[in-house]
Design a protein around this ligand. Structure first.
Ligand code: GLT
Ligand code: MN
Ligand code: MN
Length: 392
């Protein structure tokens, strides 16, 4: 039966999980872990048992504890490598933990302490090497502690400069060492800090062009993070795509106005999830699709596997609905009606010249007629909903 199921994922889907996502032990600010801690090799095995997973990503310290001895580190790496070989899983992305250790309590690249900032850069250089050792091509920067709890404590202008200094240094290191990594910056508005710098993906899209090597740097938007900021995730991703900066994407879910939930993809906001899948499909996004989420605290590891399967399955189901949407005659007919192109105008406003400016100024638009043109968006949205709800 499994073979005939059209929603069965394969490596070609490029679905990835993190050591920290399926390995999440269910600890939260109010309660102790509800699941035992698995070692990295065991997490890889678990993903192998789930089936259809392309890869596994890690923070330096998900793989090697921060205080491991060199020989312990070597042993862990050997076991991890064996598990990767057994399961065929890849490591497409790696990142640095710049948030758990108390040394980063006031940030890493934006700490007020120059020694902490330098240590954070050093830790990242080592972690980049570790990632590349396992084949990583994308390197994520999530600055969870880069921020403040009180504006009295840090100069936000200086913070941007410190962050830029770190990124420029690391871009040069990447080039110098020929690591071949692409950097993907991940925004979040708050948690664990009260206020995080670069709170939304748009902040990073602006920041990247100020770097010495903007071509090396893109974004890693996360569904839940933009929802926490009350934003429309498909529109955020659309901007990143248009800028050629969608280097990676973190899929999960979140109810606005709640704590940082990192829910299973599609489990809450299935309309946004549908339009996200549509966007990634229509614009042929070919990078990894990383599920940056974790199972409910109530889950045991059997249920964690269901969580992983469910994440991929929902994506595949939404993909099939996107195909339906794109083939639906009524929907496509409405879309053709509402998108009104005008070839003459395209020539006019497509490229500025004194002549075109003059011609545009001389044009006579009938405001009333334009306003009266029908926009059957209720009809269109209902049809879209019926596709999503599975009755079309
Ligand atoms: C952390 C965070 C995620 C980031 C990870 C990368 S770590 O779990 O909540 O959104 O993507 O550092
Ligand atoms: Mn998150
Ligand atoms: Mn994330």
């Amino acid at each position: 039966m499994a073979k005939k199921d059209p929603f069965t994922p394969t490596a070609a889907d490029k679905f990835t999980f993190g050591l920290w996502t399926v390995g999440n032990t269910g600890r939260d600010p109010f309660g102790e872990p509800t699941r035992s801690k698995l070692d990295p090799a065991r997490i890889v095995e678990l993903l192998g048992e789930v089936g259809g997973v392309y890869g596994v990503n890690f923070h330096d310290n998900d793989l090697i504890p921060i205080d491991a001895t060199p020989s312990e580190a070597e042993q862990i790496k050997r076991d991890f490598r064996k598990a990767l070989r057994r399961t065929g899983l890849k490591v497409p992305m790696a990142t640095t933990n710049l948030f758990s250790d108390p040394v980063f309590k006031d940030g890493a690249f934006t700490s007020n302490d120059a020694q902490v900032r330098a240590y954070a850069i050093q830790k990242t250089m080592r972690a980049m090497e570790l990632g590349v050792e396992f084949g990583a091509k994308i390197y994520v920067f999530w600055g969870g502690r880069e921020g403040t709890d009180s504006n009295a404590t840090k100069d936000p202008v200086q913070a941007v400069r410190w962050f830029r200094e770190a990124m420029n240094f690391l871009c040069k290191y990447n080039l110098d060492r020929k690591l071949g990594l692409k950097f993907a910056l991940e925004a979040k508005p708050n948690e664990p800090r009260g206020h995080i710098f670069a709170p939304v993906t748009g902040s990073y899209l602006g920041f990247i062009s100020t770097l010495d090597h903007p071509e090396m740097v893109g974004v890693n938007p996360e569904f839940a993070h933009e929802q926490m900021a009350g934003l429309n995730f498909p529109q955020v991703v659309g901007e990143a795509l248009e800028a050629g900066k969608l280097f990676h994407v973190d899929l999960n879910d979140q109810e606005p106005g709640r704590f940082d939930q990192d829910l299973r993809f599609g489990s809450q906001s299935y309309k946004h999830a549908f339009f996200l899948v549509k966007l990634l499909t229509d614009y042929k996004y070919s990078g990894p699709k990383h599920f940056d989420s974790h199972a409910y605290r109530t889950a045991d590891y059997a249920d964690v596997k269901e969580f992983a399967r469910g994440s991929m399955r929902t994506y595949k189901i939404l993909e099939s609905k996107v195909a339906k949407f794109n083939k639906d005659r009524a929907i496509q007919g409405l879309l053709r009606k509402i998108v009104r192109e005008d070839r003459k105008l395209a020539g006019l406003v497509g490229k500025y010249s004194r002549k075109s400016a003059g011609a545009l100024l001389a044009m006579d638009f009938s405001r009333r007629k334009l306003a009266a043109r029908p926009l059957p968006y209720e009809e269109l949205d209902q049809l879209a909903m019926e596709v999503i709800l599975g009755v079309r």
